[in-house]
Write a protein that binds this ligand. Structure first.
Ligand code: ADP
Ligand code: MG
Length: 710
């Protein structure tokens, strides 16, 4: 029988939520190291998955290893010492290891302290890329191999003779040590690993039990396929990914259910205001726009608040769709708001919508931190303002509406899904319409924004010609200017964009201003040039944009303030300086400012050499395609799901091991099961779902306002 060590926990039942500190072999000092790996509890340790596995079941004989291959060998230290190269005066620590069939030399460069690590006669394991011994010109050598010293024969079976996990490590905590502690965890906690997923879900999805999953992850015995293990596609990984997704989706399903229970008076819509708007437009709505407006109308005439996400590529015309929804709410005597992440975006929408509704005798106000007119605030408070446009922080914190009926949230990504909660806390329960310009594959969108209904505008207004995109290095900038001049001489207009990074806003602004001067004097003396940046007053900006729109200026030098909204069909070139500094979504948005008229347009990406790998990938995909879906997908690939979806800000539980891209099939299955389960037991009140409820609360913490189950 196993004896428990003396420990503060000895009288208590072991629980997976126990601090890692109380696991045999850890203690306060090592607990600090575990913290660096984000491991606070026993459960965190169990889900600390190996970064790779090593097959130490049958080590290669040294006589059989091949040059150029990554090999693992085991042997005895025959000699160890430091050599100094005569040429570079580099200290090289050399270790000679033999296994009875041959010897191999391991080398560490300029790490003389390595001599304290090894002793002649020790049993060691080395892993690394084998090459020919560079000194002798024959025999095998491994440079800076991963190594393990087997000093305790009792431990040998843990570290050799099987497939062994190699973990993410931190200084002072090696894979070898983690393995020993993992073994101690299993000795104490194995019986505590209980399956919380209902048996039928496990069965449908052919999922292996959780206790098997953990023991197989850390001590693989069944799965021998190294390639499968190392690609994160083993049965164990599938089970763990399923679990993470399942609890994400379960939370979303519950939230959706909660929202569906909410009531408000159904709107009555005769559509008079909407008709007036549509009649005043110089274009016809696309059928996708008409369809989405219809979907929104159906939400509004239902007795439950709307929670809808509109997805659509840059330039597909989301603003008109949002405005249509707003007009239907206004017709019912309600106020409406558009919330955006930046002041600039707010101004763009304001100018845009003001001109769209100029014939409708409605009151529209702009509220940003630099423009907070007392009169305007009063109009919002006493209900006279029909449309309010502003930054989300301002609207959430400072403003009180008389009767807010519909909130439009533009640029969902920068916001997060918890927006609604913030408005509700202020006592409003408006219809919510979220717009995102970053199109993501529909299945992904459904899963990540799983509590929202989704509409897709999958059509661009007719007559848009695909934009040609070219990359120039700074040394070739005159060629780029030549292209610009050619367009200008044909009567077209041009944008020249400067990046503006928040930390160095002042410096960049100076650069942009100086560049505008330089362009005016030296490059385009025969043309009129306007300058637009975020520090200008709202009225100044309006004037500069108007001058450009009406053709009084030929070139608009601008910071990214023109990212959205501006619409000048005669502009056919966009030159983006320091294109390597921009994110993909932003580049795509910017480029969407040209190609709006009948003219062939082009986008010139000016880049500073050398480019980082990521920057190169970003520019390459821009050159390759105009398609927002393809661009979003590459963006997701480059940045990874966490960054891309901004899960941190969004308030969704973080995914530790599941990967939205790699595991999309698993995500879909988990989502189906979660929504199915909530359909059957919408309060999670069946006794067999008790375990689920506990874990759900742990995972979502306070992030989920699950009125129903708490
Ligand atoms: P986004 O979806 O990127 O927000 P906008 O709403 O800013 O796009 O619309 C882009 C431009 O297309 C605007 O100038 C708008 O007036 C115009 N537009 C919108 N719908 C149509 C349409 N059906 N036909 C022609 N132009 C349209
Ligand atoms: Mg927009």
């Amino acid at each position: 029988m196993k004896t428990t060590l003396e420990s503060p926990k000895m009288n208590l039942t072991p629980r997976l939520t126990d601090s890692i500190q109380y696991v045999k072999g850890v203690g306060p000092k090592r607990a600090e190291l575990f913290k660096k790996l984000n491991i606070l509890t026993v459960e965190d340790a169990l889900t600390h998955l190996p970064r790779r596995y090593e097959d130490r079941g049958n080590f290669k004989k040294i006589s059989q290893i091949k040059y150029g291959e990554i090999e693992t060998i085991s042997g005895i230290v025959k000699a160890a010492g430091i050599n100094i190269t005569s040429r570079k005066r580099m200290k090289i620590f050399e270790l000679v290891v033999g296994d009875g069939t041959g010897i191999i030399t391991a080398k560490w460069f300029n790490q003389p302290y390595m001599k304290n690590v090894f002793k002649v006669g020790q049993k060691v394991i080395l892993n690394g890329k084998v090459k020919m011994n560079s000194y002798y010109g024959y025999g095998a050598e491994i440079d800076s191999p991963e190594y393990e010293i087997i000093d305790d024969e009792a431990d040998v079976l843990l570290h050799t003779g099987r497939i062994v996990p190699i973990y993410p490590e931190t200084s002072g905590l090696s894979s070898r040590q983690i393995r020993v502690i993992m073994k101690n965890i299993f000795d104490t906690y194995l019986s505590e690993i209980k399956d919380h997923l209902p048996a039928d879900i496990l069965e449908h999805n052919k999922l292996i039990p959780l206790s098997t999953t953990f023991s197989e992850v850390h001590f693989p015995q069944m799965e021998k396929d190294m390639a499968l293990l190392n690609s994160g596609r083993s049965e164990m990984y599938r089970r763990l990914a399923f679990d993470e997704f399942f609890f994400l989706e379960l939370g979303l399903a519950l939230r959706k259910k909660d929202m569906e229970k909410e009531k408000r008076d159904a709107l009555k819509i005769n559509g008079e205001l909407l008709r007036q708007l549509i009649n005043s437009l110089s274009f016809k709505l696309t059928s996708a726009q008409v369809r989405v407006i219809d979907e929104i109308k159906n939400d509004l005439i239902s007795p439950h608040p709307m929670n809808r996400l509109i997805q659509g590529d840059v330039g597909c015309g989301k603003t008109i769709v949002a405005l249509s929804a707003m007009l239907m709410a206004i017709e019912n005597g309600l106020q409406t708001v558009i919330m955006v992440p930046t002041e600039i975006l707010a101004e763009q929408h304001y100018f845009n919508i003001k001109s769209l509704i100029s014939k409708l005798s409605l009151k529209i106000v702009l509220l940003t931190s630099s423009r907070k007119d007392k009169e305007d605030i009063k109009a919002v408070e006493d209900g006279n303002a029909n449309i309010v446009i502003g930054t989300h922080a301002l609207i959430q914190d400072d403003i009180r509406f008389k009767m807010l009926g519909l909130a439009v949230v533009d640029e969902q990504h920068k916001f997060g899904v918890m927006q609604r909660g913030a408005l509700k806390k202020k006592g409003y329960n408006p219809d919510i319409l979220i717009m995102t310009a970053t199109p993501i594959p529909r299945t992904l969108a459904m899963s990540v924004y799983g509590d929202l209904d989704i509409s897709v505008i999958d059509e661009l207004p007719p007559g848009r010609t695909p934009i040609k995109t070219l990359k120039f290095y700074k040394s070739h900038r005159l060629e780029a200017f030549k292209l610009v001049k050619k367009e200008l001489s044909n009567g077209r207009q041009c944008y020249i964009i400067y990046p503006l990074i928040e930390e160095s806003e002042k410096v960049d602004l100076k650069a942009a201003t100086e560049m505008a001067e330089h362009l005016k004097k030296d490059i385009f003396p025969e043309y009129n040039l306007g300058l637009l940046h975020g520090r200008m007053k709202t009225e100044e900006k309006e004037k500069v944009m108007k001058d450009f729109k009406e053709g009084r200026t030929n070139i608009l030098v601008s910071t990214t303030v023109i990212e959205v909204g501006i619409d000048v069909p005669n502009a056919s070139v966009m030159l983006i300086e320091h294109a390597e500094r921009f994110g993909l979504a932003q580049l795509h948005q910017l480029r969407g400012r040209v190609g709006r008229g009948q003219y062939q347009s082009c986008c010139l990406l000016m880049a500073e050499y050398p480019l980082s790998d990521d920057a190169k990938r970003r520019l390459d995909i821009m050159i390759k395609t105009n398609n927002g879906f393809d661009i979003a997908e590459e963006d997701l690939n480059i940045r990874g799901p966490g960054e891309f979806f901004g899960t941190k800000q969004s308030g969704l539980p973080e995914l530790k091991n599941a990967n939205i891209l790699r595991d999309v099939k698993i995500l879909e299955a988990a989502r189906r099961e979660a929504f199915e389960l909530i359909k059957k037991d919408s309060l999670l009140s069946m006794p067999e779902h008790n375990g689920l409820k506990t874990i759900l609360r742990q995972r979502w913490l306070e992030k989920l306002e699950l009125g129903t189950i708490s």
